[in-house]
Write a protein that binds this ligand. Structure first.
Ligand SMILES: [Cu+2]
Length: 134
């Protein structure tokens, strides 16, 4: 075997490895999951935003996600530096996640979420526009 042949053989191995890795990440990726706003309920100066997390391909609700980061800002109304207190509340039923937001003014807010899903290495992130306040 000449060195030229060895190089070609190695190139072939690398190409195979790349394809296998791509296939693995296509099987499980953060983009396989989607957060959706299910309900917004205002109570005084606060709003409870209920979101659901779906597995995109089969539309199944994900019941074991752990939301570890929540925040809200007024980016959609051109005020990205305006923040509102936001915190995760106990869920009412499996597959639904409730975030309590206290918006300082009425308008369209961006609810930012970061979550871990069982068996998924990537963090699932979402930016959901929601109308809050008066
Ligand atoms: Cu504002």
């Amino acid at each position: 075997m000449t060195s030229h042949h060895i190089t070609r053989a190695l190139a072939g191995v690398c190409l195979t490895a790349t394809i296998v890795l791509s296939a693995a990440s296509a099987r499980a990726a953060a983009s396989d999951y989607r957060f959706e706003v299910a309900n917004v309920k205002a109570a005084g100066s606060k709003s409870d935003v209920t979101v659901r997390l779906l597995h995109v391909t089969d539309k199944k609700p994900v019941t074991d996600a752990v939301i570890f980061e929540v925040s809200a800002d007024m980016g959609p109304d051109g005020m990205p530096t305006m923040k509102a207190p936001a915190k995760l509340m106990p869920a009412s039923q499996p597959g639904l996640y409730v975030i309590e937001v206290e918006p300082g003014m009425g308008g369209t807010w961006a609810l930012q979420l970061a979550a871990k899903v069982q068996g998924e290495t990537e963090t699932v992130r979402a930016t959901l526009p929601v109308k809050l306040g008066k």
